[in-house]
Design a protein around this ligand. Structure first.
Ligand code: FEO
Ligand code: CA
Ligand code: CA
Ligand code: CA
Length: 566
């Protein structure tokens, strides 16, 4: 009964009803406040966002970037730092005076490039809550023209060479930084997802390599970069796309350290990078490839992590695996070796999707974030949705029959799969698995579309995406789905963040975002009394009110009694 359940529930808040308005809601006894909005100055002497122009080019690399996404908090001395991704841009909002937001000059392109990438910022809590510490020695904007090193097996490979970098070892910029990760040695991992969309060709008849199809790289760029920046024009710089789609390591404590692309972790549409140590000290990194019918991966380092030891090549030397889920609830990590794939080690790191197809990895319903439970040896992956499951296959991809952890044809709601590594060892090559939850709609859905038993009228959601465990082992689930609240999505309301108990399966709604936005990115202050939550791409003015531009924003959520919340 509900009384007994309430008495034993680990979920301490009063669950929120679904919402459909244009602001944030949190449960009774909690409150929220913006901390960092797109266009907010990171340095003194820089003005706050000019809502008439979307901000000047000159200051676009000195402000908090657009489309906040994955983030991680770091404590350096007594400084509270947050490293946070800026995934992409909303050109109609960022270039409000351009017809349709379409860039018409190299300056427009440069401004958009500056608004993406990563911010490292210091934050501090004062009488009026959390705020950015301007001019902190740690403040840093990494954008699409920031020099970075290429490391690992693919460094120096012919496919990575360009006229500007004939050695194939240094690249400008990181892009489409989606989810994130934190290494045991205190560095930030930022994950390059839909890099394909930044490239185009000024020659409409240019013949493209076959593997471009598998990665979705075509003649038409999403932001017209190719017209104004030759680096993004395939007709001029054909190898540039091979230099993106990686995990990038950034040291927030050392603002002068060059970011490093870790090619050993593969090239695909990286979602996040969930790190955990195996019992013997090897580093395990779980990695999702967010595309319909693509795969789930993990990397296991050859070396072991020892506190204070050399970590500079831990993510360069190791084995990449792709997941194979069997129908019987068992599964295996299949090593992507030259023997198994017929590809060279650098080729495996550059054309990772092709390698995983060769070993028969399981096609998934868009693997988004992986979260590793800190109090139990298990990991969870949000499979956000897959309208093509069982119906259609991506260009150059594998057939996607219904089955295993992807049990629904034309899967519109998504599910969360979890696995339990053999021997309680995340480095093990076998596991058992089950579905933690299948989102659905018990009122309007039929059969599997009703959702799993832990879905009820009070916690409806679709399209799980961001996921983080807190230090107590509660799973926080963020959504990026259909928020029309109609038909099959009736009763789900706006995108949201829920808390899930991994043991009982109980899931309750904690926060709702403004209509049109997605909730993505979550981290905690060092004292765990504040939760930082990202609100990406709100569609109406937020949070500044009527007549203002919509601003992607990181907000602080606290309990009114200042108790620990994670
Ligand atoms: Fe950037 Fe797959 O979300
Ligand atoms: Ca996502
Ligand atoms: Ca998503
Ligand atoms: Ca997004």
């Amino acid at each position: 009964g509900s009384t007994a359940q309430a008495a034993t529930s680990r979920i301490a808040f009063k669950p929120l009803a679904a919402q459909t308005d244009f602001t944030i809601h949190v449960p009774e006894g909690y409150s929220w406040k913006p901390v960092a909005k797109w266009g907010q100055p990171l340095f003194s002497g820089v003005d706050d966002l000019d809502h008439a122009t979307g901000g000047a080019l000159e200051t676009s690399d000195k402000v908090f970037g657009e489309n906040t996404d994955g983030m991680e908090a770091f404590t350096v001395g007594n400084h509270q730092l947050i490293a946070v991704n800026h995934e992409y841009v909303n050109p109609k909002i960022n270039l409000p005076n351009n017809e349709g937001g379409v860039p018409t000059s190299a300056d427009d392109v440069r401004k958009l490039q500056n608004l993406q990438g990563v911010t490292v910022m210091e934050v501090a809590e004062g009488e009026n809550g959390w705020d950015i510490v301007k001019d902190s020695p740690f403040t840093r904007r990494i954008h699409q023209n920031t020099p970075m090193k290429i490391a690992g097996p693919a460094a120096g490979h012919n496919l990575l060479k360009t006229d500007a970098d004939p050695a194939g070892v240094e690249v400008l910029g990181t892009m489409n930084n989606c989810g994130a990760g934190k290494t045991p040695w205190g560095t930030y991992l930022t994950c390059e997802e839909n890099f394909n969309g930044y490239f185009g060709s000024t020659d409409a008849n240019l013949e493209l390599p076959e593997d471009f199809g598998r990665y979705g790289i075509g003649h038409e760029g999403r932001y017209a970069y190719e017209k104004f920046d030759a680096r993004f024009d395939l007709a001029t710089t054909p190898n540039e796309p091979y230099r993106f789609g990686y995990i990038v390591e950034i040291d927030p404590a050392n603002p002068d350290a060059m970011p490093v692309k870790r090619t050993a972790l593969g090239r695909f549409k990286h979602e996040n990078a969930a790190c955990v140590l195996a019992p013997d000290g090897r580093v395990v990194v779980y990695l999702g490839d967010d595309e319909r019918g693509e795969f789930l991966y993990k990397f296991v380092s050859d070396g072991v992590y020892t506190p204070g030891g050399d970590t500079s090549t831990l993510l360069d030397e190791g084995q990449l695996y792709a997941a194979k889920f069997n129908e019987d609830g068992n599964g295996e990590w299949v090593a992507l070796t030259p023997e198994a794939t017929g590809m060279s080690q650098p080729q495996i790191c550059i054309l990772t999707r092709v390698a995983a197809s060769k070993v028969g990895a399981t096609t998934m319903d868009r693997p988004e974030w992986v979260a590793v439970n800190p109090v139990a040896v298990e990991a969870y992956c949000a499979l956000t949705n897959n309208k093509n499951r069982g119906l259609k296959t991506n260009a150059g991809g594998d057939e996607t029959p219904v089955g295993g952890p992807n049990p629904r044809e034309a899967n519109k709601y998504g599910q969360i799969v979890r696995w339990f590594p053999a021997g309680d060892d995340h480095a093990s090559d076998s596991f058992t698995w089950d579905l933690y939850v299948m989102a659905g709609n018990p009122t309007v859905g039929e059969g599997l579309y009703k959702g799993s038993e832990n879905i009820n009228a009070g916690n409806l959601f679709n399209s799980p995406d961001g996921m983080m465990f807190d230090s107590t082992g509660l799973l926080w689930i963020q959504t990026d789905g259909d928020d029309d609240n109609e038909g099959e999505f009736e009763g789900m309301g706006n995108n949201q963040m829920l808390a899930g108990d991994p043991v009982t399966g109980q899931i309750e709604r904690f926060l709702t975002g403004p209509n049109g936005s997605e909730v993505t990115g979550l981290t905690w202050s060092a004292d765990k009394r504040t939760m930082f939550v990202g609100i990406q791409h709100p569609s109406a003015p937020f949070p500044d009110g009527e007549g203002k531009l919509a601003r992607s924003t990181v907000v602080a959520v606290k309990r009114d009694d200042n108790a620990i919340i994670g």
